[in-house]
Design a binder for this molecule. Sequence first.
Ligand code: ARG
Ligand code: ZN
Length: 467
Amino acid sequence: MELKRLAAPAVTALLVLTTGCTGATVQGRPGASGLRDPFFPRAGNGGYQVDHYALDLAYDPADGRLHGTAVITARAGQGLSSFNLDFSGLKVEAVDVQGAAARYNRTGNELTVRPAKDLKKGEVFRTTVDYSGRPKPVVDPDGSEEGWITTEDGAVAVGEPVGSMGWFPGNHHPSDKAAYDVTVTVPDGYEAVSNGRLRSRRETGDGRTEFAWHSPEPMASYLATVAVGKFRVSTGRTPSGVEVYNAVDGGEAAGSEAALKRLPEMVEWASTRFGPYPFGTAGSIVMPAGTLAYALETQTKPVYPGAPGEELVLHELAHQWFGNSVSPKSWKDMWLNEGFATYAEWLWSEDRGGITAQRRFEAFLAGDTSVDAEAGGGWDAFPPAAPPGAAQVSDAPVYYRGAMVLHRIRQEVGDEAFFGLLRGWTADHRHGNASTADFTAYAQRRTGHDLKKVWDVWLYGQGRPRA
Ligand code: ARG
Ligand code: ZN
């Protein structure tokens, strides 16, 4: 079957033919080295999809060395003679596939694995990668740093958009989501935190403590995190029973208290606006101020660089629906994350008797962005669904003009249809992926309104919209 797709010379070069009792089975061609994302063409890999990552990490803040074993359970989408993982820096010590040592080589951020035996289409296979070293941050096209970021007494891992390859090998594109088990061993006295629920915490007897974290819901790899530090941990539950786990750097504890106290109430509020909270746990990781240049909505436990304010906590919480449960199909769809999380802030303020979304929209339109503390200028620099390049996916128009797109829809369809649309969108794509085209089609179908003008002017149009 696969033969037809390849030119004849390639066939003889790449294919391995095995003869079974039912005749010849064709296997084995290399998986693609990227998923051709419009902005990050080499991110992710073709030929397989990951079901589960088991990451077993040991970290010592004193010397900054990380030792990792990644066990990646995936399903082959084609016969595979080799496949790639995205991985940057660190030393690969060994790779095996299905228990047999595999050959591998590295070029740039691509780790190519050649299993001893070809994988069949549909086969579920386990790849184990042992690695170690001092991880270095990954620098993004916009100049920001991701990956494994060290602090004075610890570290934190963040991955948007392509930083996760700096601390574990994987299929690092948001279109391939998987479940995770992350086990971290650190010297006694340190806490190690990751996404999801803490399954166990035990002293290993050799001066170290092992923390085992479990994330059953699908997660895009850019949302995976590990944080190591001297945290104060507090736990609780929201009124409807979602577990809350906050890990706060000692120096940030006092400043974080007011905003984090409101997290349970925010989860309840957001659930009425956006539909049921998509995960079993919620929480926060507050790192020392200055650790990072921004906060990130790491799944179930956003990372904050220093004590967060209330609006920021609300923003990262909103991403649990918009971005984390409903994830972008490509990095060009970032406004589906940021426009929605920004609009969530506007709604939270409106619902609590603060400035209304309408008032904010009008002020932005009139050139007054002082109504949003974070905004600054430039919301109109480009259309949110078409950033000019990879360096602009986190720029102001993606956030603020993205939020204004949502407000324009609300103006067209009215409150009832608009909030029905938000809840329908999160329900329809729960734990999945969606593109801008999926959203515009869904919005028209769900509300029964022709919204073409909003898309043309606000979402895709160049120049500053006037109304
Ligand atoms: N998604 C984060 C937020 O809005 C911001 C990430 C910025 N990342 C970057 N590489 N500039 O909360
Ligand atoms: Zn955001």
